[in-house]
Design a binder for this molecule. Structure first.
Ligand SMILES: [Zn+2]
Length: 347
């Protein structure tokens, strides 16, 4: 009896190992990231080689499942049947608004948040209430994250940088040099909204580092980056706040030396001229990618069309996709043209 049980257990272990290997081979051992077009909101899906998934934000409410459908299409093309973790950076409509529709399209394991909403504003309170209801209805788990935490996602390391208005107090390993870009950054009045409470993360996959700080505002960038640079250098920057001018001070953008930046702007949301300029001229930058052509930016300030997923014209919902190797090399694909650009591993 014991022997048979052991043999059976051995068989199951073998099957599980085989399935895991199969999933890793199917994705070529790469981390895949989908920058989904939610028209000026945020929704970014990370899928590890073993098929574990993290979605950062869910786009807008309304629009008859537009954003939920775009997210589930990306999930489906990544071979997912559920999303393990959905991280809500903050409770503004363009980030948390899509939750009630999303959970009707695809199951979610856990939600990761910065804590309760503290902004007294009708739209924000409504969005928070709808999120809480979805949480109760689906019985999904809720994880409250603090700066310095590592999120429980297998296959990549996710470190919390900011949450609920707080930022990490100690530099990350290898960082902590004085930040010479602080003096070029103006001091702004502290933001009082949910933006400043954004749950921001640094994602490491092998040697590749991707920074996503949600809509974190300049005052918090200063708390994090001055006088010493607590982040060091990163490879890929998800431009904060859709490229809106309330974020992306030189103290952050220039100091972290991003090699590639991705802006989740809409045609008329984010994509401010000063931010387009700061990012395109950041030291060591190889390319700025944008989900949309920014009307405000015009030909002079937008990146080149080959790096823009959605040009002027009717809404087509094209995405941008990144696939990364553990050695730090990666490729970016424009969902509109289907063309790839390759980036060598960083030094
Ligand atoms: Zn936003």
């Amino acid at each position: 009896m014991m022997l048979r049980l052991r043999a059976l257990l051995g068989f199951f272990v073998t099957v599980v190992i085989a399935l895991t290997l199969h999933a890793q081979v199917a994705s070529g051992g790469k981390l895949r990231v989908y920058f989904i077009d939610v028209e000026g909101g945020q929704s970014t899906l990370f899928v590890t080689p073993a098929g574990k998934s993290l979605l950062i934000d869910t786009g807008w409410p309304g629009n008859n499942f537009r954003d939920a459908d775009r997210i589930s299409a990306a999930a489906k093309s990544a071979g997912l049947k559920r999303i393990d973790y959905v991280l809500i950076t903050h409770y503004h409509d363009d980030h948390v608004g899509g939750v009630p529709q999303l959970v009707q399209r695809i199951p979610v394991g856990s939600f990761i948040v910065h804590g309760p909403n503290r902004e007294q504003d009708q739209a924000t309170e409504r969005g928070y209430a709808a999120f809480e209801k979805a949480l109760t209805d689906t019985k999904a788990k809720e994880i409250v994250a603090k700066p310095g935490d590592h999120l429980p996602i297998q296959g990549m390391d996710v470190t919390v940088i900011s949450a609920d208005g707080q930022v990490i107090q100690k530099p990350l390993s290898g960082a902590g040099e004085p930040n010479t870009f602080c003096k070029q950054s103006e001091i702004r009045t502290p933001d009082q909204t949910e933006n400043a409470r954004s749950l921001g993360v640094l994602i490491r996959f092998g040697k590749l580092q991707i920074l996503d700080l949600g809509d974190l505002t300049s005052d918090k960038e200063r708390d994090l980056m001055c006088p010493d640079n607590r982040l060091g250098k990163i490879d890929v920057l998800v431009v904060s706040h859709h490229g809106w001018h309330e974020s992306s001070s030189p103290a952050l953008v220039d100091a972290i030396h991003p090699r590639v930046a991705v802006m989740d702007n809409g045609a008329k949301k984010g994509g401010s001229i000063p931010v387009l300029d700061t990012v395109r001229q950041a030291p060591d930058i190889e390319a700025l990618w944008q989900l949309h052509y920014s009307d405000e930016g015009g030909a002079q300030h937008n990146t080149q069309p080959e790096y823009i997923a959605n040009l002027d014209g009717p809404d087509a919902g094209h995405d941008i996709e990144l696939s990364a190797n553990r050695d730090g090399s990666f490729a970016m694909r424009n969902g509109r043209t289907g063309l790839d650009k390759n980036y060598a591993a960083g030094k």
